[in-house]
Design a protein around this ligand. Sequence first.
Ligand SMILES: Nc1nc2c(ncn2[C@@H]2O[C@H](COP(=O)(O)OP(=O)(O)O)[C@@H](O)[C@H]2O)c(=O)[nH]1
Ligand SMILES: [Mg+2]
Length: 304
Amino acid sequence: MDLVKDLKRGNRRAIARAISIVENNEKEARILIKKIFKSSGQSLTIGITGPAGAGKSALINKTSIELKKLGYKAAVLAIDPTSHLTGGAILGDRVRMTESTDSGIYIRSMASRGATGAVSMALRNSIRILEFAGFNPIIIESVGAGQTEVDISRVVDITTVVFNPNTGDNIQTIKAGLTEIGDIYLINKSDLPGANQLFDSVRDFIGMSEKNPLVMMTSTKSNKGISEFAKKLQGLMETGKKSKKQKEEMRLDMELRDIILNNVKNKVSNMLDSSKTYAKYLKQVQTKNLDPFEAADKMAKTLK
Ligand SMILES: Nc1nc2c(ncn2[C@@H]2O[C@H](COP(=O)(O)OP(=O)(O)O)[C@@H](O)[C@H]2O)c(=O)[nH]1
Ligand SMILES: [Mg+2]
């Protein structure tokens, strides 16, 4: 099987295999990325973030169908805190997202925790794979800032933050790091009581941020606001094309630094493992004849 050829054709099994490779096998991942890197960085990426249970999966499901009507072929990556346990999306997500799957939209869940940097690396490369397979936009579902390793707003072009009156969201949670990242704020579950009140307080609070984002109400249950949301995304994707190149360059800078720093760290760690000098300083620290800071300084001098 020629994986790259099958990917180009958008073959689902090839996509699934390729994403597993970038999640689990660095050696093979490097070979694959080498082959698909050149044309990457064109598809727009949309982050949908917010607390668990806010209705992100349900929203993505309905929105990607609307986007299809507008001529887009979306793919979804769900960064799923449960996926390291179950090896896949939780059943609820699977059920809710079947509608999208049937309509030709690709959905995949990814583990949200791993070795330092591993999740962001797998995510970046999975985006490349989906892009190579012809998807645009690529939607990334993740729970709110600080709950997973990846800060989604640093990876995507357009960030949507989802709240609802049901999960006890209030200004406190909104303050916690989410006010600066959103291009769109959705008050989902607008069919439930308290939605209007939450809408007002979010708008008041968000009004203070520099970005001047949109605040909208949606309900996936009563199908309200979804096509409006999809149209706003379309607008942002159109304008986003202009700044895409610059963003891509900035991200590649971050990615390259991440990889280099990680490599250097591993290299130094291996060196310390076999260093007699390190063993000597460590002994002095362990016998309390040297403090750790001074020992580290002395060691650093020998590494130069
Ligand atoms: N009442 C109501 N319930 C909703 C709405 N959207 C999603 N839900 C329900 O909220 C729960 C969590 O939805 P889900 O999409 O899994 O949330 P996620 O954890 O943010 O992905 C499910 O039981 C959904 O059926 C909505 O607009 N109104
Ligand atoms: Mg979900």
